[in-house]
Structures are given as C-alpha cells and as structure tokens.
Ligand binder design. Structure first.
Ligand SMILES: [Zn+2]
Length: 62
C-alpha cells in the first residue's frame, strides 16, 4: 500500500538520498558527508570562548 519512495536532501551536499533501511548514512548521502557535517559541528564547539587563543603576534613587542 505504502510503497512510495521517500527522499531527503543530504544536509552536507544537498544530494537526493533515498530514505530506506539500506541507507545507513541517512540523512546523509554517504559516510563522508556525515563526517564532514560532524567535523563542522566539532569545530563550532571549539570556538566557544573561555580559553584565550595563543596569539603569535604580541602587541607588547612594539
Ligand atoms: Zn552528501
């Protein structure tokens, strides 16, 4: 009865992904896109202020 194919757009590259049990990386089209998305998320986490970033340019050296 319900044999319609459900499709989603990959959050990373926007490619159409068939949403079914064989698509283990859904909603991503591939493991690569999943890792890219996860990597960007982790990068955002590291941007949380709190620890001073090491600045190679020291203004006191002038
Ligand atoms: Zn993708």
């Amino acid at each position: 009865m319900n044999d319609s194919v459900q499709e989603v757009a990959c959050p990373t590259c926007g490619r159409t992904v068939i949403w079914n049990k064989t698509q283990k990386w859904r909603p991503f089209c591939s493991e690569r896109c999943k890792l890219i998305d996860l990597g960007e998320w982790l990068t955002e986490e590291k941007r949380i202020p709190g620890e001073p970033a090491p600045m190679p340019d020291n203004p006191e050296s002038h």
